[in-house]
Ligand binder design. Structure first.
Ligand code: DGT
Ligand code: CA
Ligand code: CA
Ligand code: ZN
Length: 577
């Protein structure tokens, strides 16, 4: 047991005691002790062996904690912790999320009714088993039922754009607090995940109370779930949870690394540290003998570099190959960035269901620094969106020719269409017209309930049409509302690879389609990915950063993303013959 391990034990003790509604002084004593031990420049083991300096002489460590240190050093474990762990079933932690249900009552319910899940608690309430218990009544039974509905809703995940708006507001509110020296949003939000379970905030401050008071006054706050000495959880609109941790500046890098996760990445990091004779936790990095290496966790860079790794972008921290990449010494692969995107190849105008004209889309795209775009209005099958027939399409392309003539090469507009893949299979626009386009998108909008074989065949056939360049939003999913349609993505990817076609990563935060796993498979098969916005207005062009985050999570390199290719290279690829 080194110092960090001992501190970890005391932290966990404090957590469990707090959860069980223990005396706040006792909880704080363990946290203070953990901190004191981490700040030691000698190992606890050494101090215990040295009769001249009793542990109790160290500020923050009293007789009780000194005794526990002794036990930990001698036996490697602490009976009290084992006991607490055994007495704290996971459902108890879930129950603390029920508004109005305190720790004491939660524990009484759990024990008396032997609950294993929130569902069992619901059943117990519905069968009126709770109202007869001591300290409960019909009213509190109903309160628990109401609270359960809220707790269950709270398991909903926010889309990345919703999370981004919440983070924006939280940041604005917290930045008003002068006690905050550093502020970062960690967790899945920092990793750029398509949905976020809760928002994790990390703050450096010497005055945690002031920081927590500031969060308490966040206008979006509905209730406070828990508040301790250095950590706090609140509920905000839509029953969403926000976790706050306040840490000391010297632990900031280690804490940021820890709370950014993912859990899988952290596990890999810790096992690497152990093999190198070190130990990592949220307070820092220590040698296994308890001493601190020369630098130890003020920044993430320090921590990674101590482990022989280059800094790993958060989007890659999913416990896949990121450690191998980072240990090769080479910088992390040439990952795609927003700045590397030269074009947007999927957008709509007032001709179909967009709300801006071609001219307005061009101006907005140029302002964003793009070099070329494709105008891809819907085809006629999408009558609700006033989709274009062949005649209107040819007319639009004439207009685009004229626009390009006036642009004199400073910018290029590509003639295109988002052509529906009809329910029965063939495409919505005849081949002789499609052949005149620069770039053709094929999409499934109708017949999404068909069988896996039918849908797969429609998409595979479309990819084999020589005029088609890409299939857009290939699985049709809408996050949180519509599951992907049944489609054999392996067959789709194999066909795209065989016929040198591209697949889309649609950047709309409602879609983010393809998903990360399919992106990994497609790029491994050599299929270029087009990250497009599918904008229906000039504001719609902004969603590109969600697509780029998703692509980075899949480890896509600039060269694998079609949108980074200069116009000439792109047109040559379209002309593959
Ligand atoms: P989410 O909120 O479900 O979208 O996903 P995360 O990754 O934000 O998860 P969360 O909020 O539970 O925890 C934030 C980070 O803290 C997580 O990514 C890694 C770290 N962490 C939390 N609990 C554990 C744990 O039990 N073990 C390890 N290794 N890391 C943890
Ligand atoms: Ca989280
Ligand atoms: Ca969290
Ligand atoms: Zn579209």
């Amino acid at each position: 047991m080194n110092n960090a391990d001992i501190a970890q034990v005391f932290e966990e003790l404090a957590d469990l005691l707090e959860l069980r509604g223990e005396n706040a002084f006792r909880v704080r004593a363990y946290r203070t002790g953990a901190k004191a031990i981490l700040e030691l420049n000698r190992s606890v083991k050494e101090i215990l062996a040295d009769a001249t300096t009793p542990l109790q002489s160290i500020a923050g460590i009293g007789d009780t904690l000194a005794q526990k240190c002794q036990t930990l050093i001698e036996t490697g474990k602490l009976p009290q912790l084992e006991e607490l762990r055994a007495q704290t079933p996971p459902v108890l932690i879930q129950m603390t999320r029920i508004p109005g249900l305190g720790a004491k009552k939660a524990m009484a319910l759990q024990k008396e009714l032997n609950l294993q899940s929130l569902e069992e608690l619901r059943q117990a309430c519905e069968q009126h088993k709770v109202r007869d218990m001591k300290g409960f009544g019909a009213k509190s039974e109903q309160q628990i039922l109401d609270g359960l509905a809220i707790a269950e809703q709270a398991s909903m995940r926010l889309r990345i754009d919703q999370a981004e708006r919440l983070v924006f507001r939280l940041r604005g509110h917290l930045e008003l607090c002068t006690a905050i020296k550093q502020l970062e949003f960690a967790g899945s939000y920092r990793r750029g995940k398509e949905t976020v379970g809760d928002v994790d905030i990390l703050v450096v401050s010497d005055s945690p109370t002031v920081v927590m008071d500031q969060l308490e006054s966040f206008p979006g706050r509905l209730s406070t779930i828990a508040r301790g000495d250095t950590k706090m959880s609140i509920r905000v609109e839509a029953q969403f949870q926000v976790d706050l941790r306040v840490v000391a500046a010297e632990s900031f890098g280690a804490a940021l690394q820890y709370f950014t996760g993912s859990k899988e990445h952290n596990v890999a990091i810790r096992s690497r540290a152990r093999k190198m004779g070190m130990s990592v936790n949220e307070y820092g990095i220590t040698n296994l003998d308890g001493s601190q290496p020369p630098m130890y966790g003020t920044t993430e860079q320090e921590l990674y570099s101590k482990l022989g790794l280059s800094w790993i972008p958060p989007e890659l921290r999913e416990g896949r190959h990121e450690i191998e990449w980072a240990e090769s010494g080479a910088s992390i692969p040439d990952l795609i960035t927003v700045e590397a995107i030269l074009c947007d190849l999927h957008m709509h105008t007032t001709e179909s269901d967009g709300s801006n004209t071609i001219g307005e889309m061009i101006a907005a795209a140029r302002k964003r620094g793009l070099k070329y775009i494709a105008i891809t209005d819907h085809s006629k099958r999408v009558s609700m969106a006033r989709g274009l027939n062949e005649e209107r399409l040819l007319k639009q392309w004439e207009e685009i020719d004229q626009i390009n003539a006036t642009l004199e090469g400073a910018f290029r507009v590509l003639k295109s269409v988002e052509c529906d893949i009809l329910e029965a299979g063939p495409l919505d626009i005849v081949d002789e017209v499609l052949a005149q386009a620069d770039w053709v998108i094929a999409s499934v909008h109708y017949g999404q309930k068909q069988s896996r074989d039918e849908i797969t065949k429609r998409i595979v056939d479309a990819l084999q049409n020589p005029n088609v360049d890409i299939v857009a939003h290939p699985t049709g999913r809408l996050l949180g509302t519509r599951p992907p349609y049944e489609v054999d993505m392996e067959a789709v990817i194999a066909t795209a690879a065989q016929y040198s076609k591209a697949l889309e990563l649609n950047s709309s935060p409602y879609r983010l389609d393809l998903c990360e796993q399919h992106l990994i498979q497609a790029s491994a098969a050599g299929v270029p990915i087009a990250i497009n916005t599918d904008a229906h207005s000039i504001d719609g062009l902004e969603v590109i950063h969600y697509g780029v985050l998703q692509a980075r999570r899949a480890g896509l390199l600039k060269s694998q993303v079609l949108n980074t290719w200069p116009l000439e290279q792109f047109l040559r690829w379209c002309d593959r013959g």
